[in-house]
Design a protein around this ligand. Sequence first.
Ligand SMILES: COc1ccc(Cn2ccc3ccc(-c4cc(N)[nH]n4)cc32)cc1
Length: 239
Amino acid sequence: MRIDVVTIFPEYLDPLRAALLGRAIERGLIEVGVHDLRDWTHDVHRAVDDAPYGGGPGMVMKPQVWGDALDAVCGPDTRLVVPTPAGRPFTQETARAYAREQHLVFACGRYEGIDQRVIEDAARRMPVDEVSIGDYVLVGGEAAVLVMVEATVRLLPGVLGNPVSAEQDSFSDGLLEGPSYTRPEVWRDLAVPEVLRSGNHALIDRWRRDQALERTLLRRPDLLDRLPDGTLDQRDLAV
Ligand SMILES: COc1ccc(Cn2ccc3ccc(-c4cc(N)[nH]n4)cc32)cc1
C-alpha cells in the first residue's frame, strides 16, 4: 500500500515515521509520501487560501492549488480521503476497507476547509471520501490523518507483532474491549480477578465476554443496537 498526504504543515505528519508505522515503512510494508501544498502555489506569496464567497468567517482553501497538487499526487488506483467535521464517520469498518486499498491520498485542509469544487472535480476520476473522526472540531485535517493512518495500517499483514489482536480488538466483534491485567497479582491492595488466575480458559473466555458486554452496555449502548442478529446468545442476554 502507498499513502500520500498533502498538507501545509508537513512536519505535523512526522509521527508517521516513528514507532510501529516507522518500522512498517522501513520493512517496505507501506510507502509514505508527505507533500507541502505550497509547492503547487503560483504566486510570490504562496497563497493557499482566499475569502469565502457569500461572506462568513475565516478563509477557504483555493481550488487551483489543490487541483494541481492532487493531479500530481493521485494516480489511477487512488482513493482520495478528505477529513472534515462534516464527513461520514470513520469507523473500524472504514479502516478495514482502507486497508484493502492500493493507494490512499489524504488531503489535509486548514482554515474553514477546501473549496468544494476540488472534491467534485476529483470525484470525476476517483473514489472520494469526506470523513469525520468524531463529533468535535479540530483546527485542520492533519491530526485526523494520523488517526486514520494508524487505524488502517495496523490492520495490514505483518505490521502488528500479534496479528490476532487486530481481529479481536475492540469493535471487531462489535463490543468494547474488557479490562486487562498483568503482574503483580496484587498492586496497592487491588487484586487481579481470581478467574484470570484459574487456568480455566472456558471460564476465562466467558468472564471476558461478560465484562465486554457490561462495559458496552454501560459506555456504548448504541453499539448493542448495531450488532448483527445472533451475535448475542441467551447467556449474553442474561448479563
Ligand atoms: C465549518 O466548520 C469548520 C470547518 C473546518 C474547521 C477546521 N478544519 C479545517 C480542515 C479540517 C479538517 C478536518 C476537521 C475535523 C475533522 C473532525 N472530526 N473534526 N474536525 C477540521 C478541519 C473547523 C470548523
